[in-house]
Design a protein around this ligand. Structure first.
Ligand SMILES: [Zn+2]
Length: 75
């Protein structure tokens, strides 16, 4: 399964700061696509896309506050 890790710089984190971080993307049989962003300040943004087309997304700020947690496109 291909997994890619990308280092990014100066991206806007969910808390509003422009920080560096890392992005992981991988694919497997269960969950079609995982896209996870980890910001150096501690914020993270994770989305998973499934075979049926639904997408789950969660955004957690570096202090632990959940800014977004949803499942989109559930049938
Ligand atoms: Zn942050």
């Amino acid at each position: 399964m291909p997994t890619t890790t990308t280092r990014f710089t100066h991206e806007q984190a969910p808390c509003g700061q422009a920080v560096d971080g890392e992005r992981f993307r991988d694919w497997d049989d269960e969950c079609v696509l995982s896209d996870e962003l980890f910001y150096d300040c501690g914020c993270r943004s994770i989305s998973h896309e499934y075979h049926d087309g639904s997408v789950s997304r969660s955004v957690v700020r570096h202090d632990g506050k959940v800014l977004e947690d949803e499942l989109i496109g559930e049938q």
